[in-house]
Design a protein around this ligand. Structure first.
Ligand code: FES
Ligand code: FES
Length: 210
């Protein structure tokens, strides 16, 4: 659920691609700071291997790069949103090895070796919506949609943990995910409907590697 995963909370300086370097051939474990041509000190880089939505990815990144920045700005998957950058809103929720994690609270290098699922990885190969996505659409569980990717990912994790949640389970389970639009009623109805639908229809939440 939205609060699961690492407890590390790290602020970002929101410098876009500053945390990633072109493939430099540097291997994992390179940690020494390097003098720059200008006489300053460049950040070290670390080779990071992450499976994202079933596809293996390798990039050399700065240790300060947040997972959400990595997903959006390096991998190019912008479905995961940044609402607060301070571990408060849950808009950035993804699955890391099946557990929901606020990806603004985790460094990309901490995901090394892990399997990450984003909202783009939920639909089936034929683009059939995941039952949670279908339930949010059917029950009008969104308005502006900014919170929706995080809500959906947190819901997938919640239902895996509690296959038949009560309304109280849903409200507690999603308390780390904020919505400014809906008043939550339709979201709760969508989650309950998804939980009913999933035993019959749920596809894998992480696609198989090609
Ligand atoms: S952007 Fe990560 S919790 Fe708000
Ligand atoms: S639908 Fe707008 S923030 Fe949730």
């Amino acid at each position: 659920m939205g609060d699961a995963g690492t407890s590390i909370a790290i602020r970002s300086d929101r410098t876009g691609l500053a945390g990633v370097t072109p493939d430099s051939g540097c291997r994992k474990g390179v940690a020494a700071n390097t003098p720059s041509a200008a006489g300053g000190v460049e950040s070290p880089i670390v080779q990071t291997s992450v499976t994202v939505n079933g596809a293996p990815r390798e990039h050399d990144v700065e240790p300060r790069l947040l997972l959400v920045q990595y997903l959006r700005e390096v991998v190019g998957l912008t479905g995961t949103k940044v609402g607060c950058d301070t571990s408060s809103c849950g808009a950035c929720t993804v699955l890391v090895d099946g557990e929901s994690v606020k990806s603004c609270t985790m460094l990309a290098v901490q995901a090394d070796g892990a399997a990450v699922t984003t909202i783009e990885g939920l639909a089936g190969d034929d683009d059939e919506l995941h039952p949670v996505q279908a339930a949010f659409r059917e029950h009008h569980g969104l308005q502006c949609g900014f919170c929706t990717a995080g809500m959906v990912m947190a819901t997938v994790s919640l239902i895996e943990e509690i296959p038949a949640p009560t309304e109280r389970d849903v409200r507690l389970g999603l308390e780390g995910n904020l919505c400014r639009c809906t008043g939550y009623h339709n979201i709760v109805q969508a989650v309950l409907a998804a939980a009913d639908a999933i035993p019959q229809t749920a596809p894998e939440t992480t696609k198989a590697a090609p």
